[in-house]
Design a protein around this ligand. Structure first.
Ligand code: DGY
Length: 319
């Protein structure tokens, strides 16, 4: 059986595929494969491991309906036309669960980095602007005892909430389509309306999937309803916030700061105004980028690929 991999996956995954006599072709160039190149590369293959934001849309699926399985190197599947895949009987697998801790760590890291203007201060040293000890340079704010709002309290949001509660005794409020009783029981998270979430959160962290309902949800009108001293964190998908509106909201002090691991588009341009703002921290989509998590993701991918090649139900199949 033959599998095409559109990027790098952890070596444990490659080893397991080889042990199962899978013949691998891998995209090795230091750029994302284009849609046309991906279609071309998948001809004559039995399976695809899709690394990165490749669009698994109706056009791709039609051209590659011979694939027995597509295993995503992500938990998110907003890039997939699930209905088209179902219609063509191409099973799609993802990697849920294993990246919750690492992604929540990234949200926590961004919260602290923003609250203490860490990235901005670091850049001052690089620019040779650290001249003397100033008792009141650009001051940060503290998160201890404040209110954490989670938009989309699933596995990753719950990990972030647990960390904030344990480290800073933060109160946790959340807004979801449906209640998360586990979180209410475990950490006393309180369900609130979307408007209450905006009005009460000192730190508002996004952990929802990108769907037609959440796409572009955070607009100027929404930022206006947040506290002027609040911090907005997005480690989910850049498409959930409107970037121009976020810049305006920060410029006009509707909110105090922002931490982003995801942007729209990705990669972010190096001249983006967000990168020179004092209370902003941006990372290049590294949410799940740890040795441990990437190895765990690769092992799930192999399980999905092997099941799909045998015509069995994928252990982690996208609905
Ligand atoms: C995910 O797993 O969805 C990460 O954001 C990588 O895309």
């Amino acid at each position: 059986m033959k599998v095409f991999i559109s990027g790098n996956i952890a070596s444990v995954g490659i080893k397991q595929l080889e042990e199962n006599n899978i013949s691998i072709t891998q995209w090795k160039e230091n750029r994302q494969i284009t849609a046309e190149e991906l279609i071309e590369a998948c001809q004559g293959q039995d399976g695809l491991i899709s690394v990165g934001p490749n669009k698994i849309n109706a056009e791709f699926l039609k051209a590659c309906s011979h694939l027995k399985v597509i295993a995503l190197h992500s938990v998110g599947y907003d890039q997939v036309d699930v209905a088209a895949a179902k219609k063509l009987n191409v099973p799609i697998g993802n990697t849920p669960g294993v990246l919750s801790v690492a992604t929540a760590d990234t949200a926590f890291l961004l919260m602290l980095a923003v609250s203490r203007k860490a990235f901005f201060s670091h850049k001052k040293i690089i620019k040779g602007e650290w001249k003397n000890y100033e008792p009141s340079p650009e001051l940060g704010i503290e998160v201890n005892g404040k209110t954490l709002g989670i938009f989309g309290l699933g596995k990753i949001g719950l990990e972030m909430a647990k960390k904030c509660k344990a480290a800073y005794q933060m109160e946790v409020i959340y807004h979801n389509r449906s209640r998360n009783e586990e979180a209410e029981r475990e950490i006393g998270a309180k369900y609130v309306s979307f408007e209450e979430l905006l009005a009460q959160s000192d730190v508002l962290s996004i952990h929802t999937a990108l769907t037609p309902e959440t796409k572009g949800k955070f607009t100027l009108d929404v930022f206006k309803q947040m506290k002027p001293n609040s911090i907005f964190i997005n480690t989910a998908r850049g498409g959930i916030h409107n970037e121009k509106d976020l810049i305006k909201a920060l410029d006009e002090r509707m909110i105090w700061g922002a931490g982003l691991d995801v942007t729209n588009p990705e990669p972010m341009d190096k001249d983006n105004p967000l990168l020179s703002m004092e209370s902003v921290a941006v990372l290049p989509h590294i949410g799940s980028a740890t040795e441990e998590t990437r190895a765990a993701m690769a092992q799930i991918i192999v399980k999905n690929i092997l099941a799909g090649l045998k015509g069995e139900k994928l252990p982690f199949e996208v609905m």
